[in-house]
Design a protein around this ligand. Structure first.
Ligand code: NAD
Length: 417
């Protein structure tokens, strides 16, 4: 097996895991070539008229990685680092994620390379509508469906749905993660964080542990991190630390997560939460806790700090938070990593339920959503655990092996290769 390097780009890092598993599965060269590459990559120019009258040309991307198992599916990220390589990496992860949890989608991702915190609400709306208009040629209910990701939310999806509908007629299933009054699904907003904790519960049970005697630190308090923290606290985990882009906080006795949510709505950051002490994001990753949940950005656990991670369980709620080099270090140290394509698959799973409800024009109860979510994730976790035991590998390689097998089978049946 090739040695990983710390200089890999995000797409090279995901592809590194893919090739390790392709070697293990003995995948033929043609299949390997088709599955490693992306199907379609679109860059669009988005001229943005700022409120002061000046115009800036912003870049937007949509990458469709593999559609052998169904329509392309994936979120849209607004971030200064959202370039073509990063969007490609995230699209590839979506292909493996949808296959692993066995939902009938392929993988895609979108991005706008911009700092959304520097834009007004009307500038954001304008940019979002223009992005949807420009990529509308390659999306569709049975072609490619958008969802929220970093710095995008239900409001962003509402603007996208409206922009698409102006050209094509009312089409709620064109985006998921919409506001509930516009056809969004109950339980979607919480789904990624909730799913991460469902998978964590399973791993804890296998390790003979119970949530009531476990501590947890969560990096990131956005959609995924805040819901992971809230659901974990409700399950009995003691959530002792969390953070956001402005810094972190720690309270060894446990954070009151609902009160923290109210503080963040007021202050715009976790920093300054009464009763907690300050902490840096770097310190948070090295805390002596039972579970570490990176739920912000990619690449935060690398060669520089993997030796200092002390949590015996790492739940990858974010996409690609652990680099390939760090992945080996953590594995050699006996740390259990619940891989992103399993741990954060709750969001796309409930996106699938939302798409299904829109097509059927029928709404499910939140209880039904959560119980179907648990069905998909617990099944996927057990398949991954059993495959890892059978193959003598770790959970990430087992998860990729299951996913790559499924996508390769679909590609062969369609006659792609
Ligand atoms: P978000 O924008 O709602 O929240 C991101 C959080 O990370 C915020 O608290 C932000 O302050 C923090 N953050 C940003 N930069 C940081 C930095 N440099 N250091 C520390 N914290 C930082 O985004 P989200 O939707 O919660 O997504 C978080 C992660 O989860 C991403 O990796 C995303 O790809 C992944 N993910 C999201 C979904 C979803 O349904 N939203 C689904 C699957 C995976």
């Amino acid at each position: 097996m090739a040695e990983p390097s710390e200089d890999l780009t995000p797409f090279e890092a995901v592809t590194f895991f893919f090739h390790e598993v392709a070697d293990q599965l003995g995948l033929d060269d043609a299949t390997r070539q088709v599955l490693a590459g992306t199907y379609r990559e679109l860059r669009v120019q988005l001229p943005l008229r700022r409120d002061d009258g000046t115009v800036t040309a912003v870049s937007g991307y949509r990458v469709q990685h593999n559609g052998a198992r169904g329509p392309y599916k994936g979120g849209v990220r607004y971030h200064p680092h959202a370039d073509l390589d990063e969007v490609r990496a995230l699209a590839s992860l979506m292909t493996w994620k949808t296959a692993l949890v066995d939902i009938p989608f392929g993988g895609a991702k979108g991005g706008i390379q911009v700092d959304p915190t520097a834009l007004s609400r009307s500038e954001l709306e304008q940019l979002t509508r223009r992005y949807m208009a420009q990529v509308s040629y390659v999306v569709g209910v049975n072609r490619d469906i958008m969802a929220p990701d970093v710095n995008t939310n239900a409001q962003t999806m509402a603007w996208m749905m409206d922009a698409y509908g102006q050209r094509h007629g009312h089409t709620p299933a064109i985006v998921t993660g919409k506001p509930v009054p516009l056809g969004g699904s109950l339980g979607r907003e919480a789904a990624t964080g909730r799913g991460a904790i469902m998978v964590c519960d399973e791993a804890a049970r296998d390790a003979g542990r119970a949530p009531g005697d476990m501590t947890m630190a969560v990096q990131g308090f956005g959609n995924v991190g805040s819901w992971a923290a809230r659901v974990a606290a409700a399950q009995g985990y003691r959530v002792v630390a969390t953070s956001d882009v402005r810094g972190g906080i720690i309270a060894p006795g446990g954070l009151h997560v609902d009160a923290l949510g109210a503080h963040v709505r007021e202050a715009g950051t976790v920093v300054g939460f009464p009763g907690a002490d300050p902490l840096t994001n770097e310190e948070l990753l090295e805390l002596d806790v039972d579970v570490l949940v990176p739920a912000a950005l990619g690449g935060v656990i690398g060669k520089h700090n993997a030796d200092r991670v002390r949590a015996p369980i790492v739940v990858e709620a974010a996409n690609a938070p652990v680099t390939p080099v760090a992945d080996r270090i953590l594995r050699d140290r006996g740390i259990v990593v619940l891989p992103d394509i399993l741990a954060n698959a709750g969001g796309v799973t409930v996106s699938y339920f939302e798409w299904t409800q829109n097509i059927q024009q029928f709404s499910w109860t939140e209880e039904r959503v959560n119980s179907e979510l648990a069905g998909h994730l617990v099944t996927a976790y057990r398949q991954v655990r059993d495959r890892a035991a059978a193959d003598g590998t770790d959970l990430r390689h087992a998860a990729f092996a299951i996913a790559v097998d499924r996508v390769a089978t679909a590609a062969h049946l369609r006659g792609y290769v």
